[in-house]
Design a protein around this ligand. Sequence first.
Ligand code: DI6
Ligand code: FE
Length: 409
Amino acid sequence: MGGANGKSGHRVWRNARLATMADGAVGLGIVEKGAVAARDGLIVYAGPEAEIPAAAGQGAETVDCVGRWITPGLIDCHTHLVYAGNRANEFEMRLAGATYEEVARAGGGIVSSVKSLRAASEDELVAETLPRLDALLAEGVTTVEVKSGYGLDADNEKKSLRAARRLADERPVTVRTTCLAAHALPPEANGDKDAFIDLIAETILPQVAAEKLADAVDGFCEGIAFSSEQMARVFDKAKALGLPVKLHADQLSNLHGAALAARYGALSADHLEYTDEEGAAAMAKAGTVATILPGAYYFIRETKKPPVDLFRRHGVKMAVATDSNPGTSPLTSLLLTMNMAATLFGMTVDECLAGVTREAARALGLLEQTGTLEAGKSADLAIWDIERPAELVYRMGFNPLHARIWRGQ
Ligand code: DI6
Ligand code: FE
């Protein structure tokens, strides 16, 4: 490699069509005859090729895109990518008519993933996760969020988060980690949810924070998991430790998780099938992003859809993510996820594309760094063999990615 000036760190992609996704731009922020220039991993120019400043273009290595489309690199802002084994057996049991209770009694559910994760070494976790990460990257993902939540004790939560951090050493991708210790009750808690919340607040979160293993704290606020009062205790601790929060909210019932998340200024509230108008209004006021997760809705054959129209009316920003996990969304395609968000929930092409770029960056608190094609941001790009952006949402099981650029490379 190496450019005309002998440095590989200065490049221009020219003869391209851009969907800049810039905040405030009309629609996708389309530039028909566009160019993107990057220096030392940062975008120094994105706009009409005819207007590229001399300083941004001169001496750069030039890439002719031959009219291809460039979007920001995709961002999967909600995954449980680090786990061991899988739950295909449960899937088969459910297909044969078994109920959730029967699956759980046969040792299934989140607890079966906890058992597998605890038995796996950190190296094994990294090795098992890489193929899933590679599937995401193959479709242009440049930033991925990864949650813990299958460890459920201090050592195993930390092991998961360390494995997640190591993914960024193994592949050219930005990884954001989230501590989801409040995901489920581990067997050794003997049904005592409050005592487990104490363990999270007094032991797990302080250790995770001290070792800087998490960028945010999440929880599962649900009848089958934790109440809003219990989640509030976790969030109080997260705030005290200086960590932003997110929440699995209102997925299977309305425990007013969206409002709780908003009250804590959460970066995002996720799922939201049962969120009501009060919750949507609170999220809008707090600037909390609604993360829409159609994979789980599809896979567990939910019937209640998230109120996307309510979010539109209140001006709540919507992200779209895979929720990649072994139990309810064994999905590693953001392209298919966009198709599901459009087909199942009526999201528009523009909303889907914003949901996996700009709004996903916002949901991770990374909007200053990535998510749009704008000067000053990381040169994270996806270059596509398509004629129009709608093709990225329209196709199922086809990958038109031509190239993926992470931090200019
Ligand atoms: N909501 C979900 O759908 C998943 N976690 C969560 O908080 C379920 C994860 C699993 O079953 O392994
Ligand atoms: Fe999830």
